[in-house]
Write a protein that binds this ligand. Sequence first.
Ligand SMILES: Cc1ncc(COP(=O)(O)O)c(C=O)c1O
Length: 464
Amino acid sequence: MAAPTARGMLELIGGTPLVQVTCFDTADSELWVKLESHNPGGSIKDRIGLSMIGAAELDGRLEPGGRLIEATAGNTGLGLALVAALRGYKLTLVIPDKMSQEKVTHLKALGAQVIWTRSDVGKGHPAYYQDMAERIARESGALYVNQFENPANPLAHETTTGPEIWDQMGGRLDAVVCGVGSGGTLTGLSRYFARVAPDVEMVLADPRGSVLAGYVATGTVGIAGSWLVEGIGEDFVPPICDLSRVRSAYIVDDAEAFATVRTLLAKAGILAGSSSGTLIAAAVRYCRDRAARPGAGPARVVTIVADSGAKYLSKAYRDEWLADQGLVQRPGYGDLRDVVARRAGDAQLVALAPDDALRVAYARMRLHDVSQLPVMDRGALTGIVDESDLLVAALAGDRAFERPVRDVMTTKVETLPPEAPLSELVRVLGEGMVGVIVDHGSLFGLVTRIDLVNYLRRQAAGAT
Ligand SMILES: Cc1ncc(COP(=O)(O)O)c(C=O)c1O
């Protein structure tokens, strides 16, 4: 197959590959994934960036050089920013203040103006990001794109994603498994297949905590919880989201979703975003359920890798993060060892040697985002270096960063045995020290305040 040539990046939006995945037990069905991560902006949302801006140009809502406004720091922001940059429009994005710096840096580098707002307020509050974007648009005359109500959003999928899938599957397709963020993908694909191949089943994949699967089952909107996969799941049914053709919905919890994307990378070589774990886990369950249906033969099922896992390397693909979230099961001890996030025995502990220079200590603290490090000499703990030791050394004069760690480390380290009560750990942390858990003379790991918070949070959620 000839590789595509293009007269610019916008021509490379869409036309994404479809690849069969065989590393999951799908009974006798075939599972295919559409790699929307191959779009130039890295996600499925490039398609709607192009279609929503294109529609506004066509009907005159957007003048040459005009300003667009949207409320998102997610993939839609990137899709819009890419198209706006290449077509000469200005873009303002209203972003809740919990968004990752990496995403915001990417958006700003594409030329978008970023307005921060609070993330702790809900719909109806003037600082809620969507209400704020709408108000700024009204007051400034900028065009509020609003993917949740914009008909050009589902239209992009009806006119591009749907026909591509149908064509790539050679017209032999039994089901499409979709997640819902705005509902654009599911609605557009539903409309396309209703026309072209009404027997194709539309299946919803929903994170546990989202209200949509419950809505499909009962017709009522329940109370939303929280979930960690990004880009899908809602606490309301978006206005453009048409779920009327969805017959089955699968609820997937975070642990299963993250385990699934990890398998997808390890076994199929596909670096997918976290939502793909939800979609693929649901698709696998659908395939197996279908095999048990009387009279239903092997199916050909398509689902979507909506964005790349490159954005989630520090989360979904990092064992420590999964452990902090209580998403991987590790052996529990029923004592202070369960509070340790990075265990020395699992080779997860970041440490220094006594002869390491302070610049190494500094670099390692920055790299791992920690404020103190244990100093280990032939497997034994000999001291601790923290930020204040570095500061004192740095203030003391030149070449401070060439001095060995042993010169500045604290050697009087208070240690705790695993069976010490939690109150002892709380006291140590309260005195500004790090908890050092030593089991029969060997270091088990360190405990910081945030490790303790994470542990208590996991316990409250019922995880071990
Ligand atoms: C990361 C991500 N964003 C967006 C979507 C779909 O969004 P929408 O419902 O807005 O089309 C998906 C669906 O799989 C997704 O995984």
